[in-house]
Design a binder for this molecule. Structure first.
Ligand code: TYD
Length: 212
């Protein structure tokens, strides 16, 4: 089974993934947790290029790098884990490409679709939890732990995060459109709800949809 988490940076995906993993482990389920981009030696190198490069990367170059990282992860780790009957939990998958490179960077959706199907070998998540938050609020959260003033251009940010407020508004609107056209797979949750409430909603949904 493949469970994915999506949302703009700062929506709280990693906190919810940690909670879900400890819940599933307490149920004696075998879980593999991964994040994109990354997860294999080569994919981690690609991650560093994508996030740590100080200079520009063209939108097409960016798309191909994310997709190369995904192809490595799918073939080396995800497919064998699913075949072994494990629950795979992914922090981002191809929906991030549609949202960020499609709605954010403006790349053609037909092109995205064909590259996504090549890089994923056609694998589609059984369920996708989308944590919804406005970009300004996500940034506020990110900076709330520091004394650094709120800014989308700060040096502390990675290359994607420096893309600006408008980019993030387009990405969020993209996710909202994707959910509307794929209501069976996506479960949208307000990321401003208390962490424990979000966690309970995730568990309830999983138990309803996949009774064991
Ligand atoms: P990461 O530090 O993992 O951020 P987060 O905690 O928000 O998941 O950085 C991943 C960044 O890469 C994030 O800004 C989203 C972006 N991204 C894409 O633009 N396209 C993709 O296909 C993927 C997987 C990620």
């Amino acid at each position: 089974m493949l469970i994915t988490f999506e949302g703009i940076d700062g929506a709280g995906k990693s906190t919810q993934i940690k909670k879900l993993v400890s819940y599933l482990s307490s149920q004696k389920r075998e879980v593999v947790t991964l994040r994109e981009p990354g997860g294999t030696e080569v994919a981690e190198k690609i991650r560093a290029i994508l996030l740590e490069s100080k200079g520009e990367i063209s939108p097409i170059g960016e798309l191909l790098l994310f997709s190369a990282s995904r192809a490595e992860l799918v073939q080396e780790v995800i497919m064998p884990a699913i075949a072994a009957g494990k629950i795979v939990i992914l922090d981002r998958f191809f929906d991030s490409t549609t949202a960020y490179q499609g709605y954010g960077r403006g790349l053609d959706f037909t092109l995205l679709q064909s590259i996504i199907s090549i890089s994923t070998c056609g694998i589609v998540p059984d369920i996708t939890f989308y944590l919804d938050i406005e970009p300004e609020e996500a940034m506020r959260r990110k900076f709330s732990k520091t004394s650094i003033p709120l800014s989308f251009e700060h040096d502390e940010l990675d290359r994607m995060e420096r893309s600006g407020a408008k980019f993030y508004r387009n990405v969020r609107e993209g996710y909202l459109k994707m959910i509307l056209s794929n209501k069976e797979r996506f479960v949208s949750i307000n990321a401003l709800l208390p962490e424990a409430t979000i966690h309970s909603k995730i568990i309830e949904t999983l138990n309803e949809r996949f009774p064991s």
